[in-house]
Design a binder for this molecule. Sequence first.
Ligand code: NAD
Ligand code: DAU
Length: 351
Amino acid sequence: MKKILITGGAGFIGSHVVRLFVNRHSDYHVFNLDKLTYAGNLANLTDIEQAPNYTFLKGDIVDAAFVDGLFAEHRFDDVIHLAAESHVDRSITDPLSFVYTNVVGTANLLNAARRTWQDDLPNHLFYHISTDEVYGSLHNPEEFFTEETPYDPQSPYSASKAGSDHLVRAYYNTYKMPVVITNCSNNYGPNQFPEKLIPLCIHNIAHNKPLPIYGKGENVRDWLYVVDHARAIDVVFHQGKPGETYNIGGFNEWRNIDLVRLLCRIMDRKLGRPEGESEKLITYVTDRAGHDLRYAIDAKKIMHELGWKPSLQFEEGLEKTVDWYLSNTEWLTNVTSGAYKHYYQGQYESR
Ligand code: NAD
Ligand code: DAU
């Protein structure tokens, strides 16, 4: 059985990727390495935690000695690297954490993988998960991000992700390490930490709290259901060409204000409120510093070359997401109160 290391598997996207690999690929033993920061939550994985082909490893990718030791012990065959500090607003107040985890952490993983694989490099794959934010902001409505769009990161978060992408490419060019990178648009769906726009608004609507819209709400994001992203990662892992980049997105652009209004209408219906009730919670607040205007992914390469396409229409995915949050109030209460940390971190620290 081959061994795959998935980093950041207790987070939002990582947990969906871990579940998919554990359930679909019995030829792999899945090792989930996660530091369990505020964003990591093992409650995301209770359904697969007893699976025979799954092991959780708690640890910090910034700790080079720890990462080296882990590779020496387990000799992973392949890596899918998702662990990161992921929230743009946090990167504005605390940029260094993003440099450590996203840049140094990625470098540590690349180094350990190179050392472990040096005698048979072509038999391995280092798959790095990145973001469309590295391309910067689009201002011409006709334009899309393609794999050839030059990098132009604007926030400390996107700059740190761009730095990690460059390192991964450098390992391909310099050491011939087989690597692949995907740059995906905004994800939404179950298990997303409620600091991000969609779960934050679902939580606040349910609790009659203000819905903070940065600036005029005219910024555009391109949304993809998280399970469709996990499916794309599976396809790229198995069929992607080493050295290549693939953009992932659903051709699904929304202005923030229109998206929040749609969410309000869905929530009114689900909560039995009069139409228009939740929209009254919309509150315009000071804009995010350096707020990118528009992201839009051209996903034709992955669609044409690897045959992937999204399975869900946006309204359908949003309904599923709302239903998940409304029927998992305990998950939401635990993450907003921080209660899950005490239980899960205590459990693993004592081992
Ligand atoms: P997340 O914040 O929900 O999860 C990140 C996970 O990484 C958490 O479980 C956290 O505990 C872990 N982690 C953080 N620092 C670590 C460290 N030093 N060592 C080990 N583990 C650590 O993030 P997400 O939204 O699931 O994003 C996952 C990846 O996908 C990131 O690389 C992100 O840049 C990328 N991405 C995210 C989106 C999106 O819309 N969320 C879109 C495109 C790409
Ligand atoms: O594009 C991919 C990126 O999408 C990922 O790389 C990031 O990890 C992920 O966090 C996400 O970044 P965004 O900054 O686009 O996501 P966020 O949910 O924070 O914000 C979405 C949009 O909504 C953005 O234009 C800012 C705005 N916003 C956000 C919040 C949290 C608000 O207007 N109000 C809010 O309270």
